[in-house]
Design a binder for this molecule. Structure first.
Ligand code: AMP
Ligand code: FES
Ligand code: ZN
Ligand code: ZN
Length: 303
């Protein structure tokens, strides 16, 4: 197969775009996809100070690489969740990556903030699924760190496949509120809430994996042992079968949704300040502080 642009040997064929590309043109293609998402959805301004949430996986590392390549001012942020081998190995990948590409990276440790308890232990004590507790804590910490350190945007590595999987689940269950909120851009609605952006939403998982492999981005392949519910993974499998039969379905589904987003009204939320930490929340005390309170009670009960 030959590259459609320069006729050199192609390294990848992209059925969704009916496009074969050589190494150089595949690089340009990925860069342009990110640029296109940033422009089309108005994600970032030039000169903004961006905090990139790095998990050590292919998506977030590729995102940091491409944002830097596009000239954005970025710093990385990694949360050590204390999930034994998974966290140790992912931290190593993040540190090696940051070192290699000269990206400053900040690290926070769940165990330090929760009196020695890790995510699985916190999940056990609070009797909540690990992924749910983990998601809350991660979102809270990313936002707090970014806000307290003068960043104006938080970028995460969510890709097209992630967004399509979530969209499909939300439509199957007609979660109108979630549909109204699902977007590559969550503007800052409060001075203590950072703008959240997902610049990889037009890039498929397969393209990102190929990019990381081709350009030597060393990422963790191991999945978190507490991976999200099987329905989400099952849906992703279904969507991949559809994509195989009809290439481009994922992109059409997702872009069509964004074009028709006005059909799904965003729910108005009444934000108050958490009585403990002062960060915006819909209840009196935010979920993060509630989790911390439960852990404190447990420690008191033991002494
Ligand atoms: P996930 O929710 O695990 O699918 O991850 C979605 C995005 O959240 C990733 O692409 C990263 O940008 C970010 N992320 C996930 N885990 C971490 C972590 N431990 N530290 C920092 N960012 C993370
Ligand atoms: Fe949070 Fe798996 S990454 S529980
Ligand atoms: Zn070429
Ligand atoms: Zn709070």
């Amino acid at each position: 197969m030959k590259c459609k642009i320069c006729k050199e040997d192609a390294i990848i064929y992209l059925p969704s775009h009916n496009l074969a590309l050589c190494e150089q043109h595949f690089f340009d293609f990925c860069k342009r996809r990110v640029q296109k998402a940033i422009k089309r959805y108005n994600l970032l301004d030039e000169g903004e100070k961006i905090l990139v949430a790095l998990s050590g996986g292919k998506d977030s590392l590729t995102l940091a690489y491409l944002l830097k390549e596009l000239g954005y001012k970025i710093e990385g942020y990694y949360i050590d969740l204390g999930i034994e081998e998974y966290s140790e190995r992912s931290k190593e990948k993040v540190l090696n990556f940051a070192d290699r590409y000269g990206i400053k990276v900040h690290i926070e440790q769940v165990k330090e903030l929760f009196w020695g308890y890790s995510i699985p232990q916190i999940a056990y004590i609070t009797r909540r699924p690990a992924c749910s507790v983990c998601g809350h804590i991660k979102r809270y910490l990313m936002n707090r760190f970014g806000y307290e350190n003068g960043f104006s945007a938080l970028a995460t590595g969510h890709n097209l496949d992630d967004e399509v999987g979530v969209l499909f689940g939300n439509i199957i269950n007609w979660k109108m509120g979630y549909l109204g909120r699902q977007s590559p851009l969550l503007p800052s609605t409060n001075r203590k809430l950072l703008k959240k952006v997902k610049p990889l939403v037009l890039c498929g998982e397969r393209e990102i994996a190929a990019f990381a492999l081709t350009y030597g981005i060393d990422y963790i392949e191991m999945e978190c042992p507490h991976v999200k519910g099987s329905t989400y993974l099952y849906n992703k499998g279904l969507i991949n079968r559809l994509e195989e039969k009809s290439p481009g379905s994922k992109l059409r589904f997702y872009q069509g949704f964004l074009e028709n987003k006005h059909l799904f009204k965003e729910e108005d939320v009444d934000l108050k300040e958490c009585e403990v930490c002062g960060y915006p929340t819909t209840s009196r005390i935010c979920t993060f502080c509630n989790i911390r309170r439960k852990i404190k009670e447990r420690i008191k009960g033991q002494t």
